[in-house]
Design a protein around this ligand. Sequence first.
Ligand SMILES: Cc1cc2nc3c(=O)[nH]c(=O)nc-3n(C[C@H](O)[C@H](O)[C@H](O)COP(=O)(O)OP(=O)(O)OC[C@H]3O[C@@H](n4cnc5c(N)ncnc54)[C@H](O)[C@@H]3O)c2cc1C
Length: 172
Amino acid sequence: MKAAAFEVARPAVLADVAALLARPGASVLAGGQSLGPMLNLRLARPAVLVPISHLGVLREVSETVASVTIGACVTHAVIADGGMPDIGWNLLARVAEGIAYRAVRTRGTIGGSLCHADPAADWVTVLTALGAEVLTTGDRALPLRAFGVEITEVPITPRRVLTALMKARVPA
Ligand SMILES: Cc1cc2nc3c(=O)[nH]c(=O)nc-3n(C[C@H](O)[C@H](O)[C@H](O)COP(=O)(O)OP(=O)(O)OC[C@H]3O[C@@H](n4cnc5c(N)ncnc54)[C@H](O)[C@@H]3O)c2cc1C
């Protein structure tokens, strides 16, 4: 089966995303590794897809003494390849390299995994257990545990976009 027809509205900058998502039936597209199959099976029928993976600001990684902040569109492959600071035990790279196979890891993003919120997903389980926080547009920070509840209870089209994930270091 193939996806139903949809429009693509590509934002130039993050600030454009909210307005595009306000269009009827609009939905965020990150790596497409979960949404793509849902489109093809017609389990999701967005009228407008708003791709965000090309936005550089969503692929940034920063570090303080206390935490590492990972942009929502950092891919599993970048994390598996050690492209970010180690939070302890090389944990993030070890989790990432266990996700699916290389082609999925190359496109799939850490933010997409958290927003898809499959309770069996690797990042959902590990990062909830570690007490990670998520940042959404407007720089609102909330615990991943609360975010998971919120996105399964609000309508499927997110008006707010996950921008980054903030992870405290693993205790030695
Ligand atoms: C063959 C296969 C095997 C897999 N195996 C595993 C596995 O072993 N372990 C595992 O954990 N996962 C696995 N996955 C899932 C994979 O990790 C996906 O990458 C992930 O679930 C979704 O990330 P994505 O970037 O592709 O998101 P997309 O598919 O683009 O989006 C998923 C959902 O999240 C929303 N969304 C995405 N980004 C944002 C954002 N920043 N803000 C707001 N909403 C957003 C979208 O609107 C959509 O509803 C597998 C997938 C496939 C196809």
